[in-house]
Design a binder for this molecule. Structure first.
Ligand code: NAD
Ligand code: UDP
Length: 308
């Protein structure tokens, strides 16, 4: 296959590009480098099937020559990033998704949308399966991301229903691992880097809120399975292992051996109280389930940050 990956310089996108190249696919990465890092792709440039196009896909997503699949991952994803880039986040979720869909339609290609557990907002049903419509504040600060992704899902399904585009939607739950930016503000990367520097770990709120953390290699296996399938979805991809933020902080302190203290800060507006995926659909339709326990994944991520 020749796969166009938007957002391929980012954390998840670079791992997806690598997985596709390793199995022999050709990859065209489109990225505007707004939150991605070129060094994420440095080792991929040696693959003959790898191409990079510096492009803002909110303006255009053009790829010379045929493509068999489009994986649309371009979007700021860390809360500090999308709060810093609110209009760009809305643009890439809306116009960026439309442009990527048009690229797929023109090529009669499979289209994979990287949606998010944030479409469930601050969920009132726990755990969350794909039938749940969510509980999103449409005018709160997080809405620039949540509503952009909800629109992205809607416009993708409209292209599927009216134009016959072969769409597959995955809703990704919190994923972590090597190649996260140390200061991207997400909880795993923040805690690990604070612990390694001997700085206080910053817990927002009382730390009793939960997230379910998936290691990147597991998640990328799920993305590839969805790309290869003809499922429309949406399909949750995440590890149902649910942790409080406080317990995650303790785990990071334990693994790093750091004597950093924990400092409590105000909880951001509309921060979801709890989140855990039901992954029956992924298991039944894609044969996918995560395999890496959080303790192992965090240890490997700590090793990676130590080495970089
Ligand atoms: P990331 O910020 O590391 O990567 C996003 C990439 O998209 C970056 O390389 C950035 O430069 C690029 N980008 C942003 N806007 C662009 C534009 N207009 N044109 C071209 N490129 C653009 O984030 P990530 O964690 O790798 O997330 C990738 C995708 O997965 C996002 O769509 C995100 O919403 C989704 N997702 C991620 C998680 C997670 O836990 N990592 C969870 C849910 C959903
Ligand atoms: N969080 C925290 N300290 C940090 C960064 C995040 O306590 O330094 C909390 C955040 O408030 C949220 C959880 O950790 O409750 C997960 O945050 P993240 O930004 O990683 O993901 P998201 O909120 O998008 O699920």
């Amino acid at each position: 296959m020749r796969v166009a990956v938007t957002g391929g310089c980012g954390f998840l996108g670079s791992h997806l590009c690598e997985a596709l190249l390793r199995r022999g696919d050709a990859v065209v990465c489109l990225d505007d480098l707004s939150t991605g890092q070129p060094e994420n792709l440095a080792h991929l440039r040696t693959y003959p099937g790898f191409e990079f196009i510096h492009a803002d896909v909110s303006v255009a997503a053009d790829v010379p020559g045929p493509v068999d699949a489009v994986a649309h991952l371009a979007s700021p994803a860390s809360p500090p990033d999308y709060l810093r880039l609110p209009l760009q986040t809305l643009a890439v979720g809306s116009r960026g998704t439309e442009n990527a869909l048009e690229l797929a339609r023109r090529n009669d290609a499979r289209f994979l949308l990287a949606s998010t557990s944030e479409v469930y907002g601050d969920p009132q049903i726990h755990p969350q399966d794909e039938e749940y419509w969510g509980h999103v504040n449409p005018v709160g600060p997080r809405s620039v991301y949540d509503e952009a992704k909800r629109y992205a899902e809607a416009v993708s399904l409209a292209h599927h229903r009216t134009l016959g585009v072969d769409v597959g939607i995955v809703r990704i739950f919190n994923t972590y691992g090597p190649r996260m930016r140390p200061h991207d503000g997400r909880v795993v990367s923040s805690f690990i880097n604070q612990a390694l520097r001997g700085e206080p770990l910053t817990i927002y709120g009382d730390g009793k809120q939960t997230r379910s953390f998936c290691y990147v290699s597991d998640l990328v296996r799920g993305l590839v399975a969805m790309l290869d399938s003809s499922e429309t979805g949406p399909v949750n991809l995440g590890n149902p292992e649910e942790w409080t933020v406080h317990d995650l902080a303790e785990l990071v302190l334990d693994i790093t051996g750091s004597d950093s203290e924990i400092r409590y800060h105000p909880l951001p507006t509309d921060d979801p109280v709890r989140r855990r995926p039901v992954i029956t659909r992924a298991l039944e339709h894609l044969g996918w389930r995560p395999e890496v326990p959080v303790e192992d994944g965090v240890r490997w991520t700590v090793e990676w940050f130590r080495a970089t």
